[in-house]
Write a protein that binds this ligand. Structure first.
Ligand code: AVJ
Length: 316
C-alpha cells in the first residue's frame, strides 16, 4: 500500500460544531464509537431484532471454502473498523496462510484489549494495529514479511453509513491504496421489507436508543459540552425514497446546549440527525463500485437480507 499525502482534516470539535450549526442539525455517526459505544454496538449485534451481524456470520460460515479461495494465500488482511474482530477470527481460523493482520479502529481502548486477546489466540500471526479514524488518510504499517496482495475486510455493512457520493469517494481512496491483485471483502445490507428494517433499529430493550444517545455522552466528555441525555429521545425510521434508515435524537423540549463555549438552541421536536444506514439492491451496489472494482463474487442468505461480496480492484 502506498503512503498517502497528509491533508488537512477537520478535528472532532470542528466536525461537531459544523454539524450542529446546520439548519438540520447532524453529527457524524463515527462518534458513537468510544469504548462504551463500541460495547453497546457489540450488544446490539446479539439482539434478535438486529439481523445484519447474525446473517453475515451465517453467510461466512456457509461459504467459507469459497471465501477462503477467493481471498487467496499470503495475504495482508486490513480490517476497517475492526471492533471486536469476531468475524475476522472466522477467517483467521480458516485461511491457510496470512502474512499479517492490520485492524484499524477509532476506539483505542477497545482495539488494544482486542489485540491483546488476538495475540494470545494467534501467537504466530503478525498483528499490526492502527488506531485511527479510517475515513481520513492513514499510513499502513510497513510489512516486513513477503506477501502476495492486500485484502481489505470491511464487514457489517458499515459502508451504509456513507452517503453514496461519499461511499464512491471512499472506494476510490481504498482502490489507490491497493496494489495490483488487491481486493475487498465487504458486507452490504440489502433492501427489504420496511418492518424488518425498522425493527432492527428499534429494539424492545432500548439498546439502540442507548447507543444513539451515547454520541451525546461522548461529545460531553470529549468536547466540554452539556447535553442532557434525558432531554432527547431516540428515533429510527426507514426513508424509502432515499433507501436508508435514519437515526435521529429528538429534543423533548425547548432547550439550550453549550458545546465548547458555543450555544445551540433546540425547539421542541427538533432533531439531530445522527446516522444514515443505506440499504442497497445488488445491482445498485455493483453500479456504485464499478469505476474502481469488479464484483467477483456475491454470497447471500436465504431471505436475501444481507450480502457478502468480493470486489476485485480494477486499477493496476
Ligand atoms: C455498524 C453501521 C453497520 O448501520 O446497522 C446499529 C450501526 N446503528 N444500530 C448499522 C448501527 C444502529 C450499524 N453499522
Amino acid at each position: 500500500m502506498e503512503n498517502q499525502v497528509k491533508e488537512c482534516h477537520p478535528t472532532m470539535l470542528e466536525e461537531v460544531l459544523d454539524g450542529l450549526r446546520k439548519p438540520q442539525k447532524k453529527l457524524p455517526s463515527k462518534y458513537f464509537y468510544d469504548e462504551r459505544g463500541s460495547q453497546l454496538f457489540e450488544q446490539i449485534t446479539r439482539l434478535d431484532e438486529y439481523y445484519p451481524t447474525r446473517t453475515e456470520v451465517a453467510i461466512m460460515r456457509e461459504n467459507m471454502p469459497e471465501i477462503i479461495r477467493q481471498i487467496g494465500r499470503d495475504v495482508v488482511l486490513v480490517e476497517l473498523g475492526s471492533g471486536s474482530s469476531e468475524k475476522t477470527k472466522l477467517l483467521l481460523d480458516h485461511l491457510p496462510h496470512v502474512t499479517a493482520y492490520i485492524p484499524v479502529e477509532i476506539s483505542e481502548k477497545f482495539l488494544s484489549s482486542v489485540v491483546e486477546h488476538l495475540r494470545k489466540k494467534y501467537p504466530d500471526l503478525s498483528i499490526n494495529p492502527v488506531y485511527t479514524d479510517y475515513t481520513r488518510p492513514f499510513q499502513v504499517p510497513d510489512i516486513e514479511q513477503p506477501y502476495d496482495h492486500f485484502v481489505v475486510f470491511y464487514p457489517g455493512s458499515t459502508i451504509g453509513n456513507f452517503h453514496p457520493r461519499q461511499a464512491r469517494q471512499f472506494l476510490a481512496t481504498i482502490s489507490t491504496m491497493l496494489e495490483p491483485g488487491g481486493g475487498m471483502l465487504i458486507g452490504v445490507d440489502l433492501k427489504k421489507d420496511n418492518e424488518v428494517l425498522e425493527r432492527a433499529y428499534n429494539d424492545k430493550q432500548g439498546l439502540t436508543a442507548r447507543f444513539n444517545k451515547n454520541i451525546l455522552r461522548h461529545i460531553n466528555r470529549e468536547l466540554d459540552a452539556d447535553f442532557s441525555l434525558d432531554k432527547f429521545r431516540h428515533c429510527a425510521t426507514y426513508n424509502e425514497g432515499k433507501g436508508r434508515i435514519e437515526m435521529h435524537l429528538v429534543s423533548k423540549t425547548d432547550q439550550e446546549v453549550t458545546v465548547a463555549g458555543e450555544q445551540f438552541h433546540f425547539i421542541r421536536d427538533e432533531s439531530i440527525h445522527t446516522e444514515n444506514s443505506y440499504k442497497y439492491a445488488l445491482k445498485e451496489f455493483e453500479e456504485l463500485v464499478s469505476d474502481w472494482f469488479t464484483v467477483e463474487n456475491v454470497w447471500t442468505d436465504q431471505h436475501n437480507y444481507f450480502s457478502l461480496q468480493y470486489l476485485q480492484n480494477n486499477i493496476s
